[in-house]
Ligand binder design. Structure first.
Ligand SMILES: CC(C)(COP(=O)(O)OP(=O)(O)OC[C@H]1O[C@@H](n2cnc3c(N)ncnc32)[C@H](O)[C@@H]1OP(=O)(O)O)[C@@H](O)C(=O)NCCC(=O)NCCS
Length: 128
């Protein structure tokens, strides 16, 4: 059964380039994780209306490889908001550049903490 692609616009859409490969020539998992962190960070900053930082990543799963030239779309959405933290689910989907078929490649739940000017945790102000 195919995965269901999230509705709406992705938070980030990018192209996997040769510079992002591992020594075997496939896309490096760390590159994909950084894209996911960027997407979650964008949602966190908007939700917290300011600075925030990753404190944890749970359930990171690599379902399928990403190939050079793939269009990679990152979908990030808030799952829950705590006092100072935000849990954000992120899915990455690939589309081979010459095909309309899309596949989910990774997913994880990122926890971000809203930060004050000194880098300490501060309450999240959800202005929804
Ligand atoms: C973010 C930071 C300031 C928080 O410090 P802290 O005040 O000691 O954090 P706390 O223990 O009070 O936890 C803050 C929130 O994170 C949550 N949290 C803490 N550890 C967690 C974990 N392992 N998983 C999920 N949530 C966690 C807490 O439950 C709390 O949430 P809440 O206020 O909504 O209830 C500090 O951990 C830090 O600077 N970390 C480094 C962040 C960073 O540099 N990230 C980039 C990595 S390269």
């Amino acid at each position: 059964m195919p995965d269901t692609q999230p509705q709406g616009l992705p938070t980030i859409r990018t192209i996997a380039m040769p510079a992002d490969t591992n020594p075997a020539g496939d896309i490096f998992g760390g590159w994909l994780m950084s894209q996911m962190d960027l997407a979650a960070g964008s949602v966190a900053a908007l939700t917290a209306r300011g600075r925030s930082a990753t404190i944890a990543v749970e359930g990171m799963k690599f379902h399928r490889p990403v190939k050079v030239g793939d269009e990679v779309s990152l979908y990030a959405e808030i799952v829950s908001i705590g006092r100072t933290s935000m849990r954000i689910n992120v899915e990455a989907w690939r589309r081979q550049r010459d095909s309309e078929t899309t596949q989910k490649v990774t997913e994880a739940t990122f926890t971000f903490v809203a930060l004050d000017d000194e880098g300490g945790a501060r309450p999240v102000i959800d202005q929804g």
